[in-house]
Design a protein around this ligand. Structure first.
Ligand SMILES: Nc1ncnc2c1ncn2[C@@H]1O[C@H](COP(=O)(O)OP(=O)(O)OP(=O)(O)O)[C@@H](O)[C@H]1O
Length: 543
């Protein structure tokens, strides 16, 4: 079925029926392993049973679901989705009333930024980084969560802690989960937050088989409450979790694997290869000159047939500022996956608007994808679901001049709440910017893909240009007045991000620095080489 032979390590992880933690390097086929495990498991289940498959993004969950269903396999009552989606649709919406009683309103999920100011009173400033809830906070905020529920709101930032509480307190919930699911699979466990980790342990205690998959070296979201210590803590409990290591990288050329491994360990063993496909470029000039140089190089790569299409090339950058520097000077067709005004506002309404727009512009996006987003924020009866599908379908043939109003009306109707001015403005800005609109359209083979390193996680390209390898930028350095020592803000997380970037490349990886750089205020500074380009153990591993 898979078209290749599983390695002995992969087979061991697939065949064992124990609880386990699988640590897997990039491109090691961890998705293939999870898929095979799930397929074998669901084949033996009755129709009303299934497994829980949790992924980090909606895109990853679609891929997991599709791969599990390949060849017409019935995945029965399995759930595939993000952790928030699981908590809301399987735990919170059905069982929150067991904790807080019935609400007079239809309960919806809203982020802190969406709350009326009066409802924010008594909550920490959750829009600031560093104020994530953990399960110990539940007691302190229980009355507040109940008050919000009385007003028809489940706070997005509290989903994890409330979900854990529901599993602890509600026998009905526990019975439901046990009767429906046999196992829990969580991918990208290194990016788990504390409540997600606690939920994993609670469901294990309840009697589900638990499988966690991740890679400590790909932990890149510590700044928003994720922590690799949780996957580490599973590894240190061999009596509960078998530890399987899947570490053959099937994606990257051996010279790329060697370079990537050496950034963490200057003495690690190298794969045999004399063909070096990692390059360190120090170019003259600023990021604008880099963009012009890349234009020439990319045209040459195409002309020399080193790459078949532009979409197999990625340019990865550290931050959004670099995206705009490239945008002005890059002379090849491209698609920039930058911030977009709708995701910046990040409310239930803007998320629904985004998914409606994606449905309108990309024929691969299904009505069900929009419905899944709507179900994140509201629960629907079977008859209202039918209406919802029909309403979504109705926008597919609309003329572009009427799409804005159609999306606004539909969003109001589905979430039963008026779209406010900043949300309307965000939609208008997206619709009027052809570069942002491209983010919603199907892949175009004739466009180089440009994105931040964070957004590249889980993707792969034949050729990767990894930019922004400057001192001060990557790794980020703290400016401390009067101090001349190098003080790094988050060396480990930045190194992990560098690793994620390098390991996106299948064939060639080009690491780029330039002699000057614009800083965030547009002032030209000297562009010293990143400390990451000068790590011990790299000599001879790049050209
Ligand atoms: N044993 C194997 N032999 C050859 N190719 C394999 C093997 N296992 C997986 N692959 C291939 O390696 C590639 C990566 O597999 P997969 O997408 O499952 O990896 P992953 O570990 O989930 O990647 P990521 O780095 O995105 O997390 C796929 O093209 C897959 O077909």
């Amino acid at each position: 079925m898979v078209g290749f032979e599983f390695t002995p390590d992969q087979n061991a992880a697939i065949e064992s029926k124990s609880n386990m933690v699988i640590t897997a390097c990039p491109g090691s086929g961890k998705t293939s392993v999870i898929v095979e495990k799930i397929r074998r498991e669901v084949a033996g289940l009755q129709a009303y049973k299934g497994v829980i498959g949790i992924t980090f993004t909606i895109k990853a969950s679609k891929e997991l679901k599709q791969r599990c269903k390949q060849g017409g396999l019935d995945t029965k009552s399995s759930f595939f989705g993000t952790i928030d989606h699981f908590c809301l649709s399987e735990l919170i919406f059905p069982f929150i009333s067991r904790l807080y009683g019935k609400s007079d309103y239809t309960v919806e999920c809203k982020s802190y930024t969406e709350l009326d100011e009066s409802l924010k009173i008594g909550l920490p400033p959750l829009d600031d980084i560093g104020h994530e809830f953990n399960t110990d906070d539940y007691i302190t905020y229980e009355n507040k969560f109940k008050l919000l529920h009385d007003n028809g709101v489940v706070l997005l930032e509290s989903i994890g802690v409330i979900a854990v509480q529901i599993v602890t307190d509600s026998l009905a919930c526990r019975n439901y989960i046990l009767s429906k699911y046999t196992s829990l699979y969580i991918d990208e466990y290194q990016d788990s937050s504390q409540p997600q980790h606690e939920l994993f342990l609670s469901l294990l205690e309840l009697g589900l088989k638990a499988v966690a998959v991740g890679d400590v070296k790909q932990s890149i979201y510590a700044w928003r409450g994720s922590d690799p210590q949780y996957i580490q803590s599973l590894i240190t409990k061999p009596e509960i979790f078998e530890h399987h290591i899947v570490n053959v990288n099937h994606r990257c050329h051996p010279s790329i694997v060697n370079y990537a491994n050496r950034i963490f360990d200057s003495n690690c063993l190298l794969l045999p290869t004399s063909d070096i496909r990692v390059y360190q470029w120090v170019l003259n000039g600023t990021q604008h000159d880099v963009a012009e140089y890349l234009t020439e190089s990319i045209n040459k790569l195409l002309a020399d047939k080193i790459v078949q299409s532009l979409s197999n090339i990625a340019i990865l950058v550290r931050n959004n500022n670099s995206l705009s520097l490239l945008e002005t000077k890059l002379g090849v067709p491209n698609r920039i996956f930058g911030e977009n005004p709708l995701s910046q506002i990040n409310t239930s309404k803007t998320k629904l608007m985004s998914s409606l727009l994606a449905y309108y512009l990309d024929h691969k996006v299904l009505i069900n994808d929009v419905v899944e987003v709507a179900e994140h924020y509201s629960s629907f009866s079977p008859s209202s679901l039918k209406d919802l599908r029909a309403s979504v379908k109705s926008i597919s043939d609309l003329d572009s001049s009427t799409i804005k109003n159609a999306i606004l009306e539909l969003t109001n109707k589905i979430l039963d709440e008026k779209v406010i001015e900043i949300e309307v403005n965000a939609l208008e800005r997206v619709l009027s910017d052809k570069n942002i609109l491209k983010q919603y359209m199907p892949e175009n083979k004739n466009e180089v893909q440009i994105m931040t390193l964070h957004k590249s996680k889980g993707l792969e390209f034949d050729i990767v240009f990894h930019l922004d390898l400057y001192d001060w930028i990557m790794p980020k350095r703290e400016f401390i007045s009067g101090c001349y020592d190098e003080v790094f803000a988050s060396w480990e997380q930045d190194l992990n991000l560098h690793y994620v970037g390098i390991t996106r490349a299948k064939e060639h990886c080009i690491l780029v620095n330039s002699t000057n750089r614009f800083n965030h205020e547009g002032v030209i500074k000297q562009g010293k080489k990143s400390q990451f380009m000068m790590l011990d153990g790299l000599t001879g591993l790049y050209k």
